[in-house]
Design a protein around this ligand. Structure first.
Ligand SMILES: C[S@@+](CC[C@H](N)C(=O)[O-])C[C@H]1O[C@@H](n2cnc3c(N)ncnc32)[C@H](O)[C@@H]1O
Length: 152
């Protein structure tokens, strides 16, 4: 989408892709695997991010899935936080973002002139330090407590 273009209310599949084209994008990244039956095409997420954000803004996807939102955010110069509780955070999302950094040419890469670069950090959440009453959770010992104090 051109910068400054006023968004219309109908988005044609010829402009933003389809579930089918999104399947093709993910199959190219992970041959022989089907992670989700309804992935979003990169072009669709690109249009949403172009409308809703500016360069260097922070994009949060708290249900990361196959990582499309973060991959697109990376390619169009947005910062991002992706949260995912499934094992595919490690088996698919992180490898996908590494491929993006290496300059993979699927999805919107060609249209945005993506050549690779950048970085991301991968974190695992620790155990909850406090319970619902604000008390230190039973079983929590020095290391997570010290980490929490460091964070504060
Ligand atoms: C359908 S996918 C979303 C995909 C992606 N955001 C998109 O729009 O294409 C939903 C994902 O959210 C994850 N999920 C569900 N509940 C979650 C939670 N409480 N915390 C983190 N991830 C969660 C699931 O594991 C699944 O990968």
């Amino acid at each position: 989408m051109r910068a400054g273009l006023v968004p219309s209310t109908i988005w044609f599949h010829s402009e933003v892709g389809t579930t089918g084209s999104a399947q093709a994008e993910t199959t190219k990244l992970f041959p022989g695997e089907t992670l989700f039956s309804t992935p979003k095409p990169e072009r669709l997420i690109e249009r949403i991010l172009q409308i809703a954000t500016n360069e260097n803004d922070l994009v949060l996807d708290s249900f990361l899935g196959s990582g499309t939102t973060s991959a697109v955010a990376h390619k169009i110069g947005r910062r991002y936080i992706g949260i995912e509780m499934g094992d595919h955070a490690m088996t698919h999302c992180a490898p996908r973002l590494r491929k993006v950094i290496e300059g993979e040419q699927g999805g919107i890469s060609e249209t945005v002139g993506w050549k690779g670069g950048g970085r991301f950090r991968f974190y695992r959440l620790g155990v909850p330090v406090f319970d619902e009453n604000g008390h230190v959770t039973k079983g929590v010992r020095f290391v997570p407590l010290a980490a929490h104090l460091w964070f504060l």
